[in-house]
Design a protein around this ligand. Sequence first.
Ligand SMILES: [Mg+2]
Length: 218
Amino acid sequence: MGRGLSVSFDLDGTLTDLAFVDGVWNEGLPELVAEELGVGVDEAARLCMEAYLSEGDASIKWYRLAFWLERFGLGHVDEDALISAFTGRIRAFEDGLRALRALRERGYPLVLFSNAPRAFLDREVEQCGLEPFFDTIVSLPDDWDTVKSQEAAFVRLQGLVGTDVVHVGDHILFDYEVPRRAGLEAYHLWRGKGPRLEHSLASLDCFVDRIIRGQAQP
Ligand SMILES: [Mg+2]
């Protein structure tokens, strides 16, 4: 423990509810596509889903709204207005806020490490009052021009904070397997749906218990 320990959190689906980002991607964008192409909203939603899947979430483009607007011939659309239509849905999970308070009180340096572009991340951070908890906030696509599918991103994080890092998030690959391959300790948070691991954590309260009891060491 000589080097100390920093704790790194994913944002969407981990600290904040997915309702906001899902609204932008699965409702807002399809509605614009429907208008543009003159098809029904369901058909547009299907087209969007297909396009997202064909790009895949390991790609930095997946996270960039401007890329998708361009792709659907919607380059004229105001990105901020599209996002703002859904900011009313931004909610922080209670166990996330408890975890941040508990770890902050105990003096752990905290990092927000997210694949969300700034246009999403900054609104979530502001609306949920997350800023004061964090020593470091990184929007990977906008600040580092990379995403968490890359081991190098986690290596860079470890170098930046100068301590050991334990990371937690709700994406099995990008918040658990990739950081572990990069030599970090990592935990997968399972929020009740989607794939899970046998040892996925059911809440961030469980995560804090692990850290505080010192079971976070490999
Ligand atoms: Mg997430």
